[in-house]
Design a protein around this ligand. Structure first.
Ligand code: ATP
Length: 779
């Protein structure tokens, strides 16, 4: 065979040297970024370096800039903070400091720098890049470097990744670390709620966010807080009066606890700081103007930064790290400096300085008390969630009500297995319905419950919601209205159609997984025969398997991924004494390899086996040989065992137990192998904040979608395919897809999953980062 000319050129070209650095405040997930950059760079034939201690390391040079090998970053995904250190560096603010940094980069031969940090770090990076030619010129003119030395480094190639717990950078939906911080906050709020409720107390909880209220806002939405204070949106009038009204109303409805979340940077409409003490004083005030509640303050502080990264941050850091290396290699002198963002579910490159400037504009707008502008500069999710918060907390008041004739009776059903976020979705949709004057009605225990217990007294299957009860569901796992796998046709379509007519439902809101999808499909097809089914029906996908056509994300899948991350970390660590052990972990997921693959990405699996691909003897052989090689080369760097993830339906023959036995047999005592089956643990306990927040946001959108059709819209419902729709996140958008399109074109019915798996490309990333060998994949 002849080598193609491109490859010869590539072989002849000097190796690129790519350095990665973490800077500013540390955030969980930064280690995932470093691991991904190092391994991707090496995989693509480059040399990888780490700059220790942020810009300080760049200015100091020497040992602070270290060559990184493949094994140096083993196990880093499950470590919190940043293992290469970070610092605030005064010297880098000044030109002489940056000049020394430039010199050190040239001396180490670094071509490109990937920086993971906040907006300050990225501003510094852009300044560095802009000055670069003049810095080199000056270094030459001062005789510190020669012309020849600087010749290969005409342009500085920089790519940013936003690592910050605040989620304060414009242009990206999430920063690496923000969902971990949110998870820590919500966990603490959940703990506090129990004691607050026991003593009927009020708690004022201060969370981080000097200029950005994202953490406070999302924590408020996820935990169903009574009131929040964020910098971007002070109360338009008197916050004391507003908060007093809300808290008094909630208490008068029977609530025993009051939770108020205050962002560090909270202020009133005049720009005066609102402190937790101010809030407490009002809540605790026993005079006539006050609320007289037993009130405590909890400041969460650095707990929010701590701990290991949640599943989402591992995924985000890893994918952004991989993308950053590609961006570096594809950049030309004319390419604008970019950073790696995520919009909904899509990793994208965006101009760095624009984002930094927009971010600064938010702070400026807040300072100028132009709060409309501050809100408009935040992303779409932020204003959606602000609306969610207002809706769920101000249920009983406001001028949001629709005219009487447009108010609908909406039936709520959960179908399939429970998934994290189902209750949060129902709670938010109920609150939204009440705020609009609709009548939300719970249909308990799925279609089976509807069909068999509709008339039962006193706890029939069809019951109006009690606001107080539902309000406590924000953080609850499982399904409070009960769920069941039975399809409407199995319960009897005659009966279901008849019941819908009897109860006079104007619309149905269904939450569930593939069975729910199938149910909606049956209802749609039965419309011809049963006019009572000509009502708008909307499905909000919720299943840990994430196998519902029409969306790349289902409620509950994030909770499941977090459970698996925790499980795998523990299992892996259990081997730290023996070191030489491979765990074969069986995941759920039906015939979709989504959770196995994403978990593989999040824990750094050596191999992942999925139903989309099957398992062949050749694969097992290659993987066993790979493991043998790995253990042979392991000179004690690895502190824990290795993991293989296998989906429960990847193969009819090779299950986790058999794979573990094969590995054990082939290892000839050089290493051990065990199977490990987490089972229903994967459904999770308390749903993750991401599942809760997305549940709220998407559920409200679903009801708005139903509302759009209004009551008695039989004719429009018949004509408009969107009258039976699935809400979903697709790429960077939230969309409704007509059921009919999905049934006909998007669904692999026998395998109960979408025809195209949006995540399938991630399998290659898992393999690449796990160092898995190439071998022919089964068709
Ligand atoms: P966080 O979100 O945690 O605040 P950050 O990256 O914004 O992270 P900063 O302290 O603002 O944190 O910046 C980190 C480092 O980046 C600084 O210590 C400094 O070395 C460098 N840096 C920040 N802003 C600039 C700037 N305008 N010019 C040059 N360097 C800067």
């Amino acid at each position: 065979t002849t080598t193609p000319p491109d490859s010869i050129a590539a072989m002849a070209a000097p190796k690129k040297k790519i350095a990665v650095m973490t800077s500013g405040g540390d955030s969980p997930g930064m280690n995932g970024v470093v691991r991904a950059v190092v391994r991707t760079a090496i995989h693509l034939g480059c040399d990888a370096f780490a700059v220790y201690e942020g810009y300080e390391g760049l200015v100091r040079g020497g040992d602070y800039i270290k060559r990184m090998e493949w094994h140096d970053v083993r196990g880093w995904l499950s470590e919190g903070g940043t293992l290469i250190g970070t610092a605030r560096c005064m010297a880098f603010y000044e030109r002489p400091g940056r000049m020394t940094a430039a010199k050190n980069m040239v001396l180490h031969g670094i071509d490109a720098l990937i920086i993971c940090g906040g907006d300050g770090s990225l501003t510094g990076a852009d300044k560095f890049r802009a000055e670069w030619p003049s810095l080199l010129e000056e270094l030459v003119s001062k005789g510190e470097l020669t012309k020849d030395q600087v010749a290969p480094y005409k342009h500085l190639n920089i790519v940013g990744i936003v690592g910050s717990i605040d989620n304060d950078l414009s242009g990206t939906d999430a920063t690496v670390g923000c969902y971990s911080a949110l998870a820590r906050i919500c966990e603490m709020v959940d703990y506090i709620e129990a004691t607050a409720s026991s003593h009927s107390r009020a708690f004022v909880i201060e969370v981080m966010g000097r200029h950005c209220g994202w953490l406070a806002l999302l924590a408020g939405v996820a935990s169903g807080a009574d009131f929040i204070f964020i910098p971007e949106r002070p109360q338009p009038q008197d916050w004391r009066e507003d908060m007093g009204n809300v808290v008094t109303r909630h208490r008068s409805l029977g609530k025993r606890k009051t939770i108020v979340i205050v962002a560090e940077g909270a202020r009133d409409k005049d720009g005066n700081k609102i402190t937790p003490e101010d809030v407490r004083d009002l809540l605790a005030d026993k005079t006539e103007d006050g609320l007289g509640l037993d009130t405590r303050i909890t400041t969460l502080g650095h707990v929010q930064r701590g701990g290991t990264a949640v599943a989402y941050d591992r995924m985000l850091g890893t994918l952004q790290g991989v993308e950053a290396v590609h961006a570096v290699l594809e950049a030309t002198p004319d390419t604008e400096t970019c950073f790696i963002a995520i919009n909904e579910n899509k990793i994208v490159r965006k101009p760095l300085m624009e984002a930094v400037q927009d971010t600064k504009k938010v702070a400026a707008a807040v300072d100028a008390k132009d709060f409309e502008k501050a809100m408009s500069l935040r992303d779409a999710e932020f204003s959606d969630q602000y609306f969610s918060y207002l809706t769920t907390t101000n249920v009983m008041v406001g001028d949001n009500k629709l005219p009487e004739k447009n108010r609908m009776k909406i039936g709520f059903i959960n179908v399939g297995a429970p998934a994290g976020g189902m209750n949060a979705a129902v709670r938010a949709a109920v609150a939204y319905c009440i705020s609009r004057g609709h009548e939300p009605v719970g249909i308990h225990n799925g279609f089976a419950g509807f069909a068999r217990h509709h008339g039962d007294k006193p706890l029939g299957a069809v019951r109006p919601f009690n606001w107080l009860e539902v309000d406590g569901w924000a953080s609850k796992g499982g399904s409070e209205i009960g769920t069941n796998r039975e399809l409407p046709a199995d319960s009897g379509m005659d009966l279901i159609a008849d019941l819908i007519e009897q109860y006079g439902f104007d619309a149905l809101f269904i939450v569930g997984g593939f069975e729910a999808f199938h149910s909606v499909s049956q209802l749609r097809k039965a419309r011809e025969e049963y006019p009572s089914l000509c009502i708008p029906i909307c499905l909000l996908p919720a299943t840990i398997s994430n196998n519902v056509p029409g969306t790349e994300y289902s409620l509950g899948s994030d909770t499941c991924l977090n459970e698996l991350v925790n499980y795998c970390d523990k299992v892996k660590q259990s081997a730290s004494a023996t070191r030489r052990r491979v765990f074969v972990i069986e995941t759920q997921g039906g015939r979709s390899g989504y959770i196995a693959t994403l978990s593989g990405l999040n824990v750094g699996a050596s191999a992942v086996y999925i139903p989309e691909e099957g398992i062949s003897l050749a694969m097992l052989n290659a993987d066993v040989n790979h493991l043998k090689q790995e253990f042979k080369n392991d000179r004690g760097q690895s502190r824990a065992g290795r993991l293989i993830l296998v989906n429960e339906k990847a193969s009819k023959v090779y299950d986790a137990k058999l794979i573990a036995s094969i590995i054990r047999e082939e290892a000839h005592d050089r290493f051990e192998s065990r199977e490990s089956i987490p089972g229903h643990v994967q459904q999770g306990g308390a749903p993750s904040p991401m599942d809760r927040c997305r549940a709220v946001r998407l559920a409200i959108k679903c009801i708005q979608h139903l509302e759009d059709f209004g009551c008695h819209a039989h004719n429009r419902v018949k004509k408009d395919p969107n009258s039976t729709a699935v809400i979903g996140i697709q790429g960077s958008d939230v969309v409704f897809t007509p059921m009919k399109d999905l049934e006909e074109r998007g669904t692999d019915w026998p395998n109960r999953r979408p025809k195209t798996a949006h995540w399938l490309g991630l399998r290659d990333v898992v393999d690449m980062l796990g160092g898995r060998p190439d071998y022919p994949r089964p068709e």
